[in-house]
Design a protein around this ligand. Structure first.
Ligand code: FES
Ligand code: FES
Length: 398
């Protein structure tokens, strides 16, 4: 057992928890907050959604001990919340629940959506809510309820907008089968990579930069056993760079932009972000940046990422590469982006990239090794390794 101190619904809680106890069990069994429901316990259905430090998170895949020092808010903690009260009334009015099992998670996810995307239309609502599954009611009532709250709030904020009655969808469409992803609120982009299309067809210029939203910054560095000039040269060769990054593909590129996608699998989640990126290089100081946006075709989640790098002469014919990754994630996948987990994941990606880059630079020109693309990212193994590492560190094992 481990002593933990956290805040639950505004109150300080000191308790003992087994390192293996997930937050959902901790809340239900130790705190008697049974409004948090557990369905799949695999991070898929969203029934267990709570807020951790204000962000929606799956309590079934969050360890209670990992919430040390955090603020947790469950459905019981929204009694005096204006948006939640509007949603509750709308769920009643539009018959958005039957058995009610999914409803606590559904309400918490809907409240986040109403606050984060105040102009969401029906398509966007379906995409944003696709991480929460309902087993009995269907989704029409839920979508209508959420839309009615958004419309009503818009009408108040802008009297020019009349709160339109929620239109009946033409046909039943579950969240997961929702129509094509809504157009991204920010221009699409992609993370740093992408593998090569030999076709030198010019890529569409990266979308004009939108107002940048604050993101999370992860810094890392690695050393390559090759001289700075050679490393600088390969960093200009985007297909070669992409080939070193597992799961990356480039479909089009020019010296200043690229179009491509990166696929990854992380525990139960699969993502394939496609988008565009703008490329920058500063010859004088041997630094550069890849600034992109991308949309995951599977969940409709959107990612923005700026990757800045700088090369340093490490002596002895070696090069040290410093990297700063500034990213933000919106949509259903954002629920999985717990800081520590993403940080470890990114560090693993950077380490794989460094190893592939070293191998590629060391391979004889024209050899298969020099041209081989990196394998697709399957972080499933890493996911379990990470979990095991967390458990060991919580037990104090070396
Ligand atoms: S119970 Fe947590 S996502 Fe299903
Ligand atoms: S109301 Fe029964 S699962 Fe959603």
């Amino acid at each position: 057992m481990q002593q933990i101190i956290l805040t639950v619904n505004g109150e300080k809680v000191e308790a003992l928890a087994e390192p293996r106890t997930h937050l959902g069990d901790f809340l239900r069994e130790q705190q008697r907050l049974t409004g948090t429901h557990l369905g799949c316990e695999h991070g898929v259905c969203g029934a267990c959604t709570v807020l951790i430090d204000g962000q929606p998170a799956r309590s079934c895949i969050s360890y209670a001990v990992a919430c040390e020092g955090r603020e947790v808010r469950t459905i019981e903690g929204f009694g005096d919340d204006a948006v939640m009260n509007e949603l509750r009334a709308a769920f009643n009015k539009y018959h958005a629940l039957q058995c009610g099992f999914c409803t606590p998670g559904m309400l918490i996810a809907a409240r986040d959506l109403v606050l984060r995307v105040p102009d969401a239309d029906e398509k966007r609502i379906r995409v944003e809510m696709s991480g929460n599954l309902c087993r009995c009611t269907g989704y029409m009532g839920i979508v209508r309820a959420v839309k009615s709250v958004i419309d009503a709030r818009r009408a108040v904020n802008d009297p020019q907008i009349e709160a339109a009655p929620a239109a009946a969808p033409a046909a039943f469409t579950p969240f997961q089968a929702a129509a094509p992803a809504a157009p991204p609120a920010v221009p699409p982009t992609v993370p740093p990579t992408a593998a090569a299309s030999a076709a030198p067809a010019p890529a569409a210029p990266a979308a004009a930069p939108a107002a940048k939203k604050p993101g999370t910054v992860i810094e890392d560095e690695f050393t390559v056993d090759h001289p700075l000039a050679r490393v600088w040269e390969i960093f200009a060769d985007m297909p070669a760079v992409a080939a070193c990054l597992p799961g990356a593909e480039i479909s089009e590129h020019t010296p200043t932009s690229l179009k491509g996608r990166i696929t990854t699998k992380f525990g139960p989640m699969r993502a394939a972000f496609a988008g565009t990126a703008a490329l920058e290089r500063d010859e004088a100081v041997k630094s550069g940046a890849i600034r992109g946006n991308g949309t995951d075709s599977l969940s409709g989640s959107r990612a923005r990422g700026d990757i800045s790098y700088r090369l340093h002469d490490a002596g002895g014919g070696r090069t040290r590469v410093t990297v700063a990754i500034d990213y933000s994630l919106q949509g259903p996948l954002a629920q999985f982006s717990r800081g520590g987990l993403v940080k470890e994941f990114v560090k693993k990606m950077v380490a794989d990239f460094a190893a592939n880059l070293n191998a590629r630079l060391g391979a004889p020109a024209g050899s298969a090794a020099a041209a081989a693309p990196a394998a697709q990212v399957d972080a499933g193994g890493f996911f379990w390794t990470w979990l095991w590492g967390r458990i060991k560190s919580l037990f104090g094992a070396k």
